[in-house]
Design a protein around this ligand. Sequence first.
Ligand SMILES: N[C@@H](CCC(=O)N[C@@H](CS)C(=O)NCC(=O)O)C(=O)O
Length: 221
Amino acid sequence: MTLKLYFAPGACSFVPHTLLEATGETFEPVMVKIHKGENYTPEYKALNPRSQVPVLVDGAEVITQIVAVVSYLNDRFPQHHFLPHEPLARARVLETLAWMNNTVHPTFTHIFMPHKFTDKPELHADLKAWNTHLYRGMLAELDTLVVAAQAAGKPWLGGEHFGPLDAYALTLTRWGGMAGIDPASLTALWAHVQHVAQQPAAQRAMARERLQLNLYVPPAA
Ligand SMILES: N[C@@H](CCC(=O)N[C@@H](CS)C(=O)NCC(=O)O)C(=O)O
């Protein structure tokens, strides 16, 4: 049975999108245009009542939430070692994956979709400014994680194998550019993300999503 992935260009669904590409297996990518509200249609809400991407469909099963989808893909395709097998190494990867998903990612959502967090439009600018400040600090923390991985001789954020942390790092750094955070100011992270973007699986996902890696626009002089 062919797996189906519902994804939105540039969204967090890039993580499972890239992992699926890395498997080399055939899957059916289904694009959901969030900016057109396609995630709020009755058909999509029947699939995922939370109206979010990613959604992975395997036969009659519907799986949401990146952490769950990554875990499922790891077990479906164990030869790719998306998560380490050794318990402590796996816990460390899940620790960082959960942090990316439950802390860094929602901080960006405050910048990108402030209307989700207040019904007062006059608060949007403040929400964006404060969360941009927080997000900058989180990307700096991610930069130190890249430095630490490299110091430990690990080629990828999770260890020996390309995995969800690397794809998520690319997405979060890209989003930083949208928020006015120059990726080049995060030396190790930016070098790592550029390396991730050169991987054939990431290239295929980026081509399908038509992604530009660096979205940072320097302020006018
Ligand atoms: N914790 C969720 C986060 C999913 C999420 O925030 N998806 C965003 C795109 S990055 C989305 O679908 N947003 C559409 C909306 O909320 O309207 C997961 O891991 O899947």
